[in-house]
Design a protein around this ligand. Sequence first.
Ligand SMILES: [Cu+2]
Length: 164
Amino acid sequence: MHPFHFTSTACSFARQAIAVIGITLLAQTALAQAVVVQNAWARATVPGQTATGVFMSLSSPAGARLVWASAPVAGVAEVHEMRLEGDVMKMAALKDGLELPAGKTVELKPGSYHLMLMDLKAPVKKDSDIALTLVFVDGKGVQSKTELKVPVRTMAPMDPLQTR
Ligand SMILES: [Cu+2]
């Protein structure tokens, strides 16, 4: 047995662990303002359809606003909400963008908020990907841009983390 040797190995492991933690904290600080996009998907179109919806979960640690979207496949992309007016569900563009309260996850999903892609230049085909650009503004008015590849599906993916 070489107890001293063992101790010195353990010590060098500990130093490595501290170095790794230090790097992780730096990375998190640098990304603290970034909006996290999860579970994004676009709905496949049927022949003749010229508009479709894109859905995702957005969360901003410090609070932000989704103010603009664009996709090469679409002439126009808008942030929409669905709401009940009388007995009729209507959708409308959010002219001030979509508020992302700090630390809360905002769901863009069928029947609720969504990105609307209009004037489609090509069919949005199942099992393909579409490129999408999102622009956010934080509480200080600083803009950030996120480029995404969004998978195309015919229906919402099952989310094992979602209980209902
Ligand atoms: Cu819409």
